[in-house]
Design a binder for this molecule. Sequence first.
Ligand code: ATP
Ligand code: ATP
Ligand code: MG
Ligand code: MG
Ligand code: MG
Ligand code: MG
Length: 279
Amino acid sequence: MAGSKYAYVRNFELPDPLLPRTFMVLRLDGHSFHRFSDEHDFTKPNDIRALKLMDHAAKDLMEQYPDVVLAFGESDEFSFLIRKSASLYNRRQSKIVSTLTSLFTSSYVFRWATYFPDRPLKYPPSFDGRLVLYPGAQEIRDYFSWRQTDTHINNLYNTTFWALVQQGGETTTQAHTTLKGTVSKEKNEILFSRFHINYNTLDAQFRKGSILVREEISEEPVPDTSTTADTSTENDTTTSPASSLPKMRGRTKPRTKVVVLHCDIIKDKFWDARPEILS
Ligand code: ATP
Ligand code: ATP
Ligand code: MG
Ligand code: MG
Ligand code: MG
Ligand code: MG
């Protein structure tokens, strides 16, 4: 197509392809959620409504993008694993990061009132997004272990901190001082002896975060759709999310749904039960 005399500026847009056959991890994080959670009266240390809203936005994203095979969420962040064979948007980095981050954000706003019916949004929240490539399964295992360990460390600290403030009558400054330099064992001890809280009996969502995976729901024959005419005029069709679903001919395609778990993702058990995630 002939362009105008101005069209040369397009040449300044550089391609940003991601290395083929590598795992992609997209991590989103709420922008200034310290303030956002204050302004919207989140319960401290863990507002369950806010966590469920994050889970729902992540579920919406996984339902639109079949290439996302695993997600992990805690606090105001979510990580998404995109399978290494994905050809999503021809593996253009900024297209993937911006589109998925935008979908997550709009879903968060779209569903806000379901989780906070009596707390209208005071201003539009936003999320940052970054994408990192990992060469192998070990790095992916370690990545998710890193995030779940972070969940544990933060939750133990925050639970103890807010017990000192809310039940112990300490100011936030005093609570910081009380906890300075303490190790896990000492925080558990403070929780148990002073507040009769057994850390291990707290809600698993707070201790383990949220893990989203696809689970099979049934085995039904799927009609052969490979001869259906493609009426789309889009030239990007081959790499659009919906068309990256595997095409099955005369086979049964397992139907799946996205489920939210609050289990251990560090030990082998989770991964041994789901070898397809790292395939
Ligand atoms: P940045 O823009 O750099 O990410 P931030 O203020 O969002 O800054 P984070 O390190 O991401 O800082 O921390 C998010 C903060 O949001 C937490 O420290 C906590 O105060 C608050 N927060 C997020 N989710 C919840 C929740 N479910 N319940 C209570 N507080 C929450
Ligand atoms: P991509 O995801 O690649 O951007 P796209 O479908 O968004 O695909 P664009 O080239 O961005 O394609 O074009 C946006 C299309 O959206 C327009 O071609 C037009 O059909 C429609 N559109 C956008 N804004 C308006 C509007 N204000 N009124 C009518 N149609 C609109
Ligand atoms: Mg931060
Ligand atoms: Mg944040
Ligand atoms: Mg954060
Ligand atoms: Mg467009």
